[in-house]
Design a protein around this ligand. Sequence first.
Ligand code: SF4
Length: 302
Amino acid sequence: SDIVDELKEALERQPATKDKEEKKALRKKKKQVRELEEYRDKLIEYDNHLDTLGGRNSYSKTDPGATFMRMKEDAMKNGQTKPGYNLQIGTENQFITDFRLFPNPTDTLTLIPFSHSFQYRYNRLPNICVADSGYGSEENYRFMQENGIEAFIKYNYFHKEQRPRYTPNPFHAESLHYNEGEDYYVCPMGQHMNRIGTKRDKTASGYITESARYKAKRCEGCPLRGSCFKARGNRIIEVNHRLNQYKRQARERLLSEEGIKHRGRRCIEPEAVFGQMKYNMAYRRFRHVGEDKVTMDFAFFA
Ligand code: SF4
């Protein structure tokens, strides 16, 4: 904008001329200024789009609050995305205790803000939280533990582990023997894998995860090399000890008598409520546009 203003001013200050060549040059300059103005307007437009997006990677033009997501009901059967909101509900004895709409399609990131919403509504956090594996992240487990919430939340491989014929892959990092006192792993060939450092990652919510890295001393010529790993050099494993600890605790809780009871109820708690809403009451779409109105829409319905 500043450059455009400056150029315009300079062009206006130019004395009038009758020379054909000079006139042509002036016209060219004016055209360039107009082009610059167009670029500026485009940049402003892109900035506005980015502002509307926030942390999302899409939004609907007819409802900027809605994000394009893959829906379970896929009428076209081609995985086409549709604009929508991620509705989270909490239920107890098939009554909705709380709900909130989220712009992000992944459930992992919704558990903590949803718990805060519950706290805002009831002035306390829930005592127990039962949720499916889509919510089992380190950040969520940690939040539950720090806030004294008994979490019955599965992690991604829980179901696989519970199969009667499940045999863990002996080469998988989780199957390797770990010496906690001296902080090293023992690979399937019996070699020590010593700690070589720590890897830090940031999740989409800004949470920092830490994974310890261990490296085998010499993999060259090992007869198990083919089944062990594919990369070049010596094998390196990354282990998130804190997450593994949370998973162990979760497994223990989920397999306890109370855990089995909660797991049995989970599928007839929120799912039955969704069944009532979507199938019996045919509430499959929000009838309003904009997050506030959609929230109001669902609040009345709930
Ligand atoms: S390839 Fe390396 S890490 Fe794997 S078993 Fe052999 S020595 Fe151990």
